[in-house]
Design a protein around this ligand. Structure first.
Ligand code: UDP
Length: 470
């Protein structure tokens, strides 16, 4: 059986941040490997944005996207129910619909791929005798921590954030207590227990596809394969298949921001954005603005509403900038409210730096464009990503104290921006980023490590299908 006859179903948990990486994976499987893909998107009553987005997509003709009927968990939650717990509930609620969707497919899939929040669907794959893989749209280090929390949970007493020593993961870089992912912040919250269960669930799949590549995380990937102390907890094959990033949107109209970039010198603009959900306090927005101004560097800044002060004052994010800021910076700055075409901006030759919250997608997009970063993590696993970018890869600078602990003052913003955009350190980081970009391109190329990793998964699926049919 060749790839053209393979059919893979991928299940996505609700939320744009989960749907987009799954679509990118599905599109890669179809366009590069010729696999037929059905994507089942779990939706809730809050999924209007996703449903609208799904209708606008141009994907390979081999990809079919099905938005499942919305699940309703409203009777089971309170305003205090944390995000991870809500996600786990939504996925459990959707299990009967996932089962019936697979049963009613004209052509039964040859394998199931589940996103990080869907391990509770593994028994469905087993019922249909399908191999089942998990997709971690993040790096290998945080995926390993995710699976290893079950061990840390038994070894460590008290809250992780109060530990004096780094959290050790055999064969991998240790995790500083202050850098732990959000669900590990409070061990008394239900979402911590749900998170452990999700991590254990991952290890019960037949393999985990991770959005990283061999040359980016050789030590962690080696530990996952060979470390005898780590193996008992994470006894599952890990396949680095990345970096998978969103392609540039085909658009005939050039946006104003891209036109503005065309007029700026090469590597002269710092792009500032905190992803789809990162918000700063009103005071921090002002301090960042003053810092950018003091740096005297060109910038594009995607400004969002602040965490505090919000709607009660104004629903225009630009109203939270310091008085006169827009006027004073009009020759060097371009401010975009709420949302910008990030992939296109980062790929523009005039962009020479990225001040980012270090979401993994933004990180990969910056690497794929060869752009050095200022790491300003806010939530989720971003602190781990920032630690990797600054300490292991040497492609980013970060504030002395985490922005979540203490306001980053204008002088420090100015210093970091100048360092990345003007100084020798920035040049070195840019050089290293370009090398990373080139290793990422190699990994994805035909016969590259990530291409081969994905090919091996498809080979396993093909073999299993052949055995089933005999
Ligand atoms: N993004 C964008 N424009 C924006 C903000 C974000 O296109 O103004 C995209 C960005 O390119 C990335 C995604 O949204 O693909 C954000 O994902 P990431 O993992 O970096 O952070 P998250 O939003 O999940 O915190």
């Amino acid at each position: 059986m060749d790839n053209a006859k393979l059919h893979v179903a991928i299940v996505s948990s609700p939320g744009m941040g989960h749907v987009i990486p799954v679509l990118v994976l599905g599109n890669r499987l179809a366009t590069v490997h010729g696999v037929r893909v059905t994507i089942l998107v779990i939706t809730t009553s809050n999924s209007d944005e996703e449903c609208r987005f799904l209708k606008t997509l141009t994907l390979s003709t081999l990809v079919r996207v099905i938005a499942l009927p919305p699940v309703d968990i409203s009777a089971k939650i309170t305003p205090a129910t944390a995000a991870v717990t809500q996600l786990c509930m939504s996925v459990r609620e959707a299990l009967p619909i996932i089962r019936s969707s697979i049963a009613s497919m004209n052509c039964c899939p040859d394998a199931l791929i589940l996103d990080l929040f869907c391990p509770s669907a593994i028994p469905i794959a087993r019922e249909f005798n399908l191999p089942v893989y998990a997709y971690a749209p993040t790096n290998a280090w945080s995926t390993t921590l995710f699976m290893y929390i079950q061990v840390l949970d038994k070894e460590i007493e008290g809250q992780y954030v109060e530990q004096k020593e780094p959290l050790r993961i055999p064969g991998c870089k240790s995790v500083r207590p202050e850098d732990v992912v959000d669900p590990m912040l409070d061990r008394n919250d239900q979402q911590y227990h749900d998170y452990i269960e999700l991590g254990i669930g991952l290890t019960r799949s037949d393999g985990i596809l991770v959005n990283t590549w061999e040359d980016l995380e050789p030590t962690t990937l080696k530990a996952l394969r060979e470390n005898e102390t780590l193996k008992p907890a994470v006894k599952v094959s890990v396949y680095p298949i990345g970096p998978l990033t969103r392609p540039v949107e085909p658009s005939s109209l050039k946006s104003k921001v891209l036109e503005w970039l065309d007029e700026q010198p090469v590597d002269s603009v710092i792009y500032v954005s905190f992803g789809s959900g990162g918000v700063l306090s009103a005071d921090q927005i002002k301090e960042l603005a003053f810092g950018l101004e003091l740096s005297q560097q060109r910038f594009i800044w995607v400004v969002r509403l602040p965490l505090d002060g919000g709607l009660s004052k104004s629903d225009d994010p630009l109203d939270y900038l310091p008085d006169g800021f827009l006027n004073r910076t009009k020759n060097v700055g371009f401010v975009v409210p709420l949302w910008a075409q990030q992939v296109e901006i980062l790929g523009h030759p005039s962009v020479g730096g990225f001040l980012s919250h270090c979401g993994w997608n933004s990180t990969l997009e910056s690497i794929s464009a060869g752009v050095p970063m200022i790491a300003w993590p806010l939530y989720a696993e971003q602190k781990l990503n920032a630690a990797m970018l600054t300490e292991d890869l040497g492609v980013a600078v970060r504030p002395e104290v985490l922005a979540t602990k203490k306001m980053v003052e204008r002088a420090e913003v100015e210093k970091m921006v100048r360092m990345v955009m003007q100084q020798k350190e920035g040049q070195e980081m840019r050089q290293k980023m370009k090398q990373l970009k080139s290793s990422a391109d190699d990994g994805l190329s035909n016969r590259g490590s990530s291409f081969s990793s994905m090919y091996n998964v498809l080979d396993e699926i093909r073999l299993n299908s052949r055995n089933q049919n005999h």
